[in-house]
Design a protein around this ligand. Sequence first.
Ligand code: C5P
Length: 279
Amino acid sequence: MANDKIIVALDYPNEGAALELVRKCDGRPVKFKIGKELFTNAGPDIVSKIIDLGGYVFLDLKYNDISNTVKGAAKAAANLGVDLFNMHASAGFEKMKAAKEGVTEVASKEPFREPRVIAVTCLTDMDEHDLKLIGVNETPAEYAARLANLAKHAGMDGVVCSPKELPIMRYILGDDATLVTPGIRPRWSEANEQKRITTPADAIANGATMLVIGRPITGHEDPAKAIDLIADEILAAMPRYNSNVLNQDDRTKLDDYLKQRNMELAAYMKLRGRQQSCS
Ligand code: C5P
C-alpha cells in the first residue's frame, strides 16, 4: 500500500543501467522517475520497458511551450501510459488547461487511466535574486504560492514541492491534491549534496502524497530491501498526518495573499470572456 507513494529517481544516462535498477526492485509496484537525461538518451521506449517490468512511470520532462505544443506533448505522455507527468506552472494558466485537455482527450478514447498532471512551481535552486533577474519581484515562497494557486484553478492534479512547503501547498491545493516531494533521506542513508532533507516519515506526516527518492534506493546494495524499509516507515507515519498544521497567523497571511491572486485571476477571466469561480 505504501509502495505507490515511492518514486525512485532513475538518474542514469542510459537504458541499460536504468533497467538493471528496475529489475533489482524485484516487481515492487513503485513509480520510476524518468528525467530529461534518461529520456533524451534512451527515448520513449524506456517507458514501456519499465511498465513491462511491473513499474509505474513519472515522466519528469517539465513541459513549457505554447498551448498547442504542450497539449500535443501531454497527449503523447498519456499515450505512453505514464502514471504522472509534470509541466511548469510558470508556463501559465492556458498552457496548464491545454495539458489537461490533451490528457482528457486521450483518456476518453483509450481504456487506460488518466495520468495525473503535476505542476512545478518555483524550482528550489532559485532565490529571490534569481527571480528578480527574470522580472519576478516576489520571494520564492510567495511565487510558489502564486503558481500553486494558479495550478489549482487550471485543474492541475497537484504540484512538485520541497518538503518544507508541504503544509502551505496542502492548504492551498486541498486534500485531494497530489503533492510530490524530493529531498528525502531515511535516517539510515547519506545526505549526499542535498542540503535541506526530510525523512520519509516527516514528509508523509506533513502531507506528502509521493516521495521522490534516488540514491538511498539506487545506491543501496539491495534496492528492493531499501524500498521495503521506506514503505514500512511510510505506513507507520500515515496516522501522524494532520492537514491542519499551519498556524492561524500563517493562514491569515496566506488567505490575504490568495485573495489578491484570485481577484487578478477573476479579472483575467473577465478579459478573456470566460466564466470561472476563483475562490
Ligand atoms: O538521489 P536523490 O534522492 O537526491 O535524487 C532526488 C531526485 O529529485 C533527483 O532526480 C533530483 O533531480 C530531483 N529533485 C531534487 N530537488 C529538487 C527537485 C528535484 O532533488 N528540488
